[in-house]
Design a protein around this ligand. Structure first.
Ligand SMILES: Cc1cc2nc3c(=O)[nH]c(=O)nc-3n(C[C@H](O)[C@H](O)[C@H](O)COP(=O)(O)OP(=O)(O)OC[C@H]3O[C@@H](n4cnc5c(N)ncnc54)[C@H](O)[C@@H]3O)c2cc1C
Length: 238
């Protein structure tokens, strides 16, 4: 497990209040879909504490180590305000990959995957798709990506992956449309035994698991639920 300080290289503005913090690549080993714990000592700090869990949104093959998070200015936690005050060259403590809720994994090209991503839940999907694009390109998957509006994080980059991942299908869904049983069934119809992976807020993932289990009869073993949940003294979840 890696423990050390990451040096910030750049902060990239993404859609929908999101920003990607890109660091120099550490001597760490991790797999696409995993997350790290980050420590940012600051004072005064609020009750949500001085650590956070963020998914690594960069693929291990990329030249950098990145996570993406949203910022709401003065409404934000003390951690986020301190994080967003960082300048290139500044350092951030990091530990990982974290074994806590370490469940998002779609690395087996012999399997077929249906990704159900809500908003920021796209981060482990991006890492996974970029990994497969850099590796064999042989991933068989369909992504249903839901967002409350057209401001979809990584949309252009994901759409451009069609050329390196020929067996990837992507459907973008914005409110008032939602990912429903019919859309999931359509995404899965070409596959014999897909793994369904839902990622995003607790509410979104809970909703997706409910549809999969109760409306589509998918067995528990074929579902991965990656909830960006609250962890005591480490953020409020999504
Ligand atoms: C396995 C796992 C993976 C995770 N991966 C990620 C990740 O990749 N990226 C990530 O960001 N988080 C991720 N999280 C969640 C993360 O750890 C934090 O809990 C989360 O980012 C919230 O941070 P915060 O508590 O600092 O709150 P903030 O984001 O600072 O939010 C604080 C306040 O901002 C306001 N606010 C929040 N949402 C909105 C909105 N939509 N519009 C207007 N105002 C709003 C509210 O007043 C809210 O109380 C993950 C969690 C887990 C468990």
């Amino acid at each position: 497990m890696f423990t050390g300080k990451l040096r910030l290289r750049d902060v990239k503005k993404e859609a929908s209040n999101a920003h990607t913090f890109v660091f120099e690549k550490p001597r760490a080993a991790w797999q696409a879909g995993q997350h790290f714990m980050f420590l940012k000592p600051h004072f005064p700090f609020d009750l949500k504490g001085v650590t956070r869990v963020f998914t690594v949104c960069s693929a291990p093959e990329e030249n950098g180590f990145a996570f993406t998070t949203r910022y709401f200015g003065e409404k934000s936690s003390s951690f986020k305000r301190s994080l967003f005050s960082m300048q290139p060259g500044d350092r951030l403590w990091s530990f990982g990959p974290s074994p806590l809720y370490d469940c998002f994994r779609a690395l087996d090209t012999a399997r077929q995957y249906v990704f159900l991503a809500g908003g920021l839940g796209i981060t482990p999907v991006r890492a996974t798709l970029l990994h497969h694009a850099a590796a064999s390109g042989a991933l068989k998957a369909t992504l249903l990506y839901a967002n409350r509006d057209e401001e979809m994080i990584f949309k252009d980059e994901l759409t451009a992956l069609h050329s390196t991942l020929p067996a990837l299908g992507i459907t973008y869904i914005t409110s008032p449309e939602h990912i429903n049983a019919a859309a999931i069934a359509k995404a899965a119809q070409a596959y014999s035994a897909p793994v369904f992976i839902a990622s995003g807020s607790r509410r979104f993932v809970g909703g997706m698991v409910g549809i999969l289990r109760n409306e589509l009869g998918v067995q528990k073993k074929d579902i991965i639920a990656d909830m960006f949940r609250a962890i005591p003294f480490s953020g409020a979840g999504l």
